[in-house]
Write a protein that binds this ligand. Structure first.
Ligand code: AMP
Length: 191
């Protein structure tokens, strides 16, 4: 089972990805986590990515597409994967389509976690307080930028996947458990 989780920052993609991994067993591929690890490790990728991340901008497509292409080739992905935070724009989605076609793979469902912008600000502030500001981009100013980037660059992926008949929507305003239940319902239908 190969899935994409879509949604604005703070929608709960990481939280729901964890639930799906535990219950259904795919590996979670989070470009945000991979980039943060690269920044901490001080690799070339990390050095290229850091300024974009701190500003709330997207890291260049060539960087993230390369990371995902390498990761999808690893053996643990053969049992299924869940993309969390990738693709973030139509160019990345097209690169992903090409990559999957070459490997004779497909995406079974794209799950959008839909949340109103107003609630995201308080969630991100909550996350920043909980993690003691561990993420440099969890602050009100950068969040506004990340939301703008989501609406301008990432939300065109919704009609992109809708046209392919892959898009499923869950109500991200509900509790974590209720959102998980909706996702379980979608995944049960795929089997
Ligand atoms: P996330 O943890 O998914 O919210 O990502 C944190 C930051 O990493 C984003 O604001 C971007 O700067 C960068 N990032 C993560 N995934 C991507 C992607 N697919 N394309 C470009 N930048 C990304």
């Amino acid at each position: 089972m190969n899935l994409i989780l879509l949604g604005p920052p703070g929608a709960g993609k990481g939280t729901q990805a964890n639930v799906i991994v535990k219950e259904f067993g795919p590996v979670q591929l989070s470009t945000g986590d991979m980039l943060r690890a690269a920044v901490s490790a001080g690799t070339d990728v990390g050095k290229q990515a850091q300024a974009f991340m701190d500003a709330g901008d997207l890291v260049p497509d060539s960087v993230v597409v390369g990371i995902i292409a390498d990761r999808i080739d690893e053996p643990d992905c053969t049992n299924g994967f869940i993309l969390d935070g990738f693709p973030r724009n139509v160019a990345q989605a097209e690169a992903l389509d090409e990559m999957l076609e070459q490997k004779d793979l497909q995406i079974d469902a794209v799950i959008e976690i839909r949340v109103d912008d107003e609630i995201l600000v308080s969630r991100i502030e909550g996350r920043a307080a909980e993690t003691g500001g561990e993420r440099a981009d969890d602050n009100a100013e950068t969040l506004k930028k990340r939301l703008k980037v989501y609406h301008e660059q990432t939300s065109p992926l919704l009609p992109y996947y809708e046209k392919k008949g892959r898009l499923k929507v869950v109500d991200g305003m509900l509790s974590i458990d209720e959102v998980s239940a909706q996702i379980r319902g979608i995944l049960a239908e795929l089997k």
